[in-house]
Design a protein around this ligand. Structure first.
Ligand SMILES: Nc1ncnc2c1ncn2[C@@H]1O[C@H](COP(=O)(O)OP(=O)(O)O)[C@@H](O)[C@H]1O
Ligand SMILES: [Mg+2]
Length: 269
């Protein structure tokens, strides 16, 4: 077990999470006060890891839903299914979380269809209810139920922006890639790589992130730095691991790739 492991209410280890600021305190306060939370930030900066860490820490079950543009309210709430000639109602993940007092995490919530955000409204004010039209039930959220949603403001187009009427129901926290010292600690912890090479990968990530907006749409994520370190710790040559984990995922453009490879040589010396 790693040095940063936190124990949960049940004494089990929560997944490793290195805080960047006061996000743990804010999340705990939100949990105590039944307030929903919105996490904003680029892909691969630790949002999902943070939520699993917090769920374990609070001893609450976690239902994660990866939202996409086809996700409908019934995917969250539930539907009637045919089982052995009978139609039975099957709860969706949101309904289960509401009944069990669990955390429901809607990853990339702006991707979801409009009818989904409407479902969330009565759950995010002090009524804390989930009306299930199909069964006529009106569920009151069990103690411990908490709604958490995340999105990447960078990807957003105007059509998909969260409506103020939705976003103003959540506490919100901004996430970003961790500063170099912290990112190095994360990379070492996650991959088992030595400190010298971790520092070098993090320095390279910083240079690649500086290209965002010019050559690259998105900077390299902490997730990708961890991937590179994992490959290297497993014995792969540095240049191959960096190409596979930190260059190829960023672009398909041959010219830009050559530029990035030159940058790698410059950073590695
Ligand atoms: N603060 C952190 N503490 C621990 N691991 C982190 C942290 N930030 C990023 N990571 C690492 O980066 C990976 C990707 O993070 P993830 O939570 O999946 O990103 P997101 O949900 O923001 O896209 C995690 O699996 C973990 O290895
Ligand atoms: Mg995620």
């Amino acid at each position: 077990m790693n040095a940063h492991a936190t124990t949960t209410k049940e004494g089990a280890a929560a997944p490793f999470y290195l805080p960047q600021r006061d996000e743990i305190e804010i999340f705990e306060a939100a949990a105590r006060n039944d307030l929903p939370v919105l996490l904003k930030g680029p892909t691969g900066c630790g949002k999902t890891r943070f939520v699993s860490h917090m769920a374990a820490r609070l001893g609450r079950k976690l239902y994660t839903v990866a939202c996409h543009d086809d996700l409908s309210a019934s995917d969250l709430i539930g539907r009637y299914l045919l089982k052995g000639g009978e139609t039975v109602w099957v709860d969706g993940p949101l309904t289960r979380a509401v009944r069990e007092g669990a955390i429901c995490y809607l990853d990339e919530v702006v991707e979801a269809r409009k009818d989904v955000t409407v479902v969330l409204h009565p759950l995010t004010d002090d009524r804390r209810i989930l009306p299930i039209d199909r069964t006529g039930e009106e569920l009151e959220a069990a103690p411990g139920f908490m709604l958490v949603a995340s999105y990447n403001p960078g990807y957003q187009n105007i059509l998909k922006t969260l409506k103020p009427s939705t976003r103003q129901r959540f506490l919100a926290m901004e996430f970003d890639f961790p500063p170099p010292e912290q990112e190095k600690t994360i990379v070492i912890e996650e991959s088992g790589i030595d400190e010298r090479r971790a520092a070098m990968l993090v320095r390279l990530a910083g240079k690649l992130r500086a290209l965002k907006g010019q050559d690259l749409e998105e900077g390299v994520s902490t997730r990708l730095v961890v991937y590179a370190a994992t490959l290297i710790a497993g014995g792969m040559a540095l240049d191959r691991a960096i190409a596979a984990a930190m260059i190829e995922p960023l672009t398909d453009d041959a010219d830009i790739k050559r530029g990035l490879a030159d940058l790698v040589v410059a950073v590695l010396g």
